[in-house]
Write a protein that binds this ligand. Structure first.
Ligand SMILES: Nc1ncnc2c1ncn2[C@@H]1O[C@H](COP(=O)(O)OP(=O)(O)O)[C@@H](O)[C@H]1O
Ligand SMILES: [Mg+2]
Length: 317
């Protein structure tokens, strides 16, 4: 997808996965590409329909959590694009984990019993649930890897004021609980995810995508306990299998390492996994939609002509 020229466009940011257009400094158009990133590196080949999957899952979960926290989304005019409010972002990602999986497990396995200032109990096995979900925040790096940070450090360094950080924690746990419940109803476990927040005036908004396979891990609920008891791997419905495939082929995002060749077979397998995940998570059949660039421009132009006003700047804090 080429960079578009949109009415009242004031900025353009090419993220790893999304093309972010700022409109009149106050709105954002987020075009979700088919690019795929892992270990903070964009892989060489796009994954067909991945943008549509991500955009539509995020939109559905933002809608389903807006009673907990207001969010940036105004409208989804296209399968792979969304329009919303631009917020002043907090420079942290609120990672929340219900199970000892992925990075948390790799840390634990190395012998550490602490992650981002959170003590981890002895005797846990990979994928075991925590008694309560834990928050393991990271800093949002402009380039390169996001880094683990503790709540103490975030507050001490003034990265987020203490009062506001406490609110981010509460909102994170509440939205995660909702996501876990919704996943359960669909026979899935929402294992972990990350949220980003921002502000308009004094009001905290949930921004970015939520509960997508790029920002979250899902397991199949059916047979979870049995597999844990037997010490078997869990059945994943997430990007973890892409990370595993990369690791098996000698790539962990470290300097000097080469991304393995992505054959057509690998690309279509990944695409199918994304579509499978969409259908599981939403309970809806996925409809492949191919949108031309001309169509995108026409739709976005029409939408940008009548945007709702910016919410009241007077906060509710
Ligand atoms: N409502 C919003 N207001 C401001 N920034 C946002 C909003 N929603 C998402 N963003 C930012 O837009 C970018 C989305 O693009 P992404 O592909 O995730 O890029 P990145 O490589 O920076 O993670 C992120 O940097 C995210 O923080
Ligand atoms: Mg991102």
């Amino acid at each position: 997808m080429q960079q578009l020229q949109l009415p009242h466009q004031t900025n353009f940011y090419k993220g790893k996965v999304r093309d972010v257009y700022t409109i009149a400094d106050k709105y954002m158009v987020m075009v979700v590409s088919d690019r795929i990133s892992a270990f903070d590196v964009v892989l060489p080949r796009p994954i067909p329909y991945k943008g549509q999957v991500l955009n539509q899952i995020a939109a559905q979960f933002l809608e389903a959590t807006k009673d907990i926290v207001p969010n940036w989304l105004i409208k989804v005019p296209l399968p792979n694009a969304a329009i919303g409010y631009k917020c002043e972002t907090y420079p942290v990602e609120m990672v929340v984990r219900g199970n000892l999986t992925g990075h948390a497990w790799r840390t634990y396995k190395s012998g550490k019993r602490e992650l981002c200032g959170v003590a981890l109990p002895e005797g846990m096995r990979e994928n075991d649930p925590f008694e309560q979900p834990i928050i393991t925040p990271t800093t949002k790096a402009h380039e390169g890897h996001d880094e683990d940070i503790s709540r103490e450090e975030i507050i001490k360094k003034g990265i987020v004021p203490e009062k506001e950080y406490e609110q981010l924690e509460q909102l994170t746990l509440a939205v995660f609980e909702r996501g876990r419940k919704m996943a359960n109803e669909r026979g899935l476990i929402l294992v972990d995810t990350k949220y980003e927040f921002g502000k308009i005036g004094d009001t905290i908004y949930l921004i970015d995508e939520i509960h997508t396979p790029d920002s979250s891990r899902y397991f199949y609920l059916d047979g979870f306990e049995e597999r844990q008891k037997a010490g078997e791997p869990q059945k994943q419905l997430s990007k973890e299998f892409v990370r595993e495939w990369l690791m098996e082929n000698g790539f962990q995002g470290k300097d000097g390492q080469q991304v393995p060749e992505m054959t057509d077979e690998v690309v279509s397998r990944i695409s199918e996994r994304y579509i499978e995940l969409y259908e599981h998570v939403t309970g809806k059949k996925f409809v492949k939609e191919d949108v031309s660039e001309a169509e995108m421009i026409a739709k976005l132009n029409a939408e940008l002509d009548h945007l709702p006003p910016i919410p009241d700047q007077i906060g509710t804090l």
